[in-house]
Design a protein around this ligand. Structure first.
Ligand SMILES: [Zn+2]
Length: 84
């Protein structure tokens, strides 16, 4: 894979696939996630699908890019909702 460059400053100090942690009072953490609901109007069975967010951070200027681990899975659910 070719070296990535920061879209803002052009640096190659790019840290990829970093986890984004949310921390509770007890010190317990959880990865931030993106959620798509296949059936948002349902009371119970919304068929939510979540994928963890991952960050790409520039070690020079702090520019941050976000992506999800498994976008195809989210897309599948998203399309189901549109077609229902
Ligand atoms: Zn940068």
């Amino acid at each position: 894979m070719a070296a990535m460059k920061c879209g803002r400053c052009g640096s190659e100090k790019i840290m990829t696939d970093l986890r984004i942690r949310d921390r509770y009072d007890a010190g317990v953490g959880q990865d931030l996630e993106v959620e798509v609901q296949a059936n948002p109007d349902a009371l119970i069975f919304k068929q939510a699908h979540r994928e963890a967010l991952r960050a790409t951070v520039c070690g020079e200027c702090g520019n941050v890019g976000l992506s999800v681990e498994n976008p195809q899975a989210l897309w599948k659910i998203y399309i189901q909702e549109e077609n229902s």
